[in-house]
Design a protein around this ligand. Structure first.
Ligand code: IMP
Length: 204
């Protein structure tokens, strides 16, 4: 017997995310297609929580394509900075004068400056995944993951992306930028959220 695959649009243009999420959804006969393949523009992330922004992105992609949609919203949360950079992780160092998206290094430097006078350097990565069967789905599947560690006071490693070079994982005794892609894909915030999404898709 053959099982038909369901096409689902991924509300992101990030190729790394597409690969990671595709593997997990293949078990559920869901084929992920990046929204760029349908010329879907990026949604404005206007909300103040990860979950709301993920919902905005998934609904936008689903409305534009008529397909089920998956979105991911993530960032680094530092409790001593009242949760910053949080949902603004990608644009933490953005200046009011320029519309240019800051580089990862600019964001890291701002984080290190903000943390310099503080003792508590605890931090965690947060990830929220949202799956909508259609744009008006009243019961989205929502899966969350957190990855706890601390922020170093200097960069270590050049793997990964974003804040990886300063995020130290005490269990591995390595930064996210030195532990290697495979290890990170087993233990990260996104990996934890993905396992929960997988479970919820089984139970639905
Ligand atoms: P987005 O959800 O892809 O928009 O990611 C938001 C931002 O959070 C990224 O641009 C990074 O700055 C940060 N971020 C999210 N996940 C990670 C991670 O696994 N490592 C490092 N930085 C991350």
């Amino acid at each position: 017997m053959t099982t038909n695959n369901t096409q689902c649009v991924l509300a992101s243009g990030n190729k790394g995310k597409l690969a990671e999420l595709s593997n997990a959804l293949a078990d559920h006969h869901i084929t992920l297609v990046a929204q760029s393949e349908f010329n879907v523009t990026e949604a404005d992330e206007t909300a103040v929580t990860f979950v709301e922004n993920a919902l905005i992105k998934a609904r936008h992609a689903s409305l534009a394509t008529g397909l089920p949609a998956l979105a991911d919203d993530s960032g680094l949360v530092v409790p001593a900075l009242n949760g910053a950079p949080g949902i603004y992780s990608a644009r933490y160092a953005q200046s009011n004068h320029s519309g240019r998206k800051p580089t990862d290094l600019e964001n890291i430097n701002k984080l290190l400056e903000s943390l310099a006078p503080l003792k508590n350097r605890a931090a965690y990565f947060a990830c929220v995944l949202v799956y909508l069967r259609h744009a008006n789905d009243p019961e989205p599947i929502i899966a969350t993951g957190q990855w706890h560690g601390t922020v170093l006071d200097e960069l270590n490693g050049d793997g990964g992306f974003g804040y990886d070079p300063v995020f130290y994982c005490p269990d591995s005794k390595l930064t996210a930028a030195t532990m290697g892609k495979e290890r990170k894909q087993q233990i990260s915030h996104r990996a934890i959220a993905l396992k929960k999404l997988h479970q919820q898709l089984i139970n639905r």
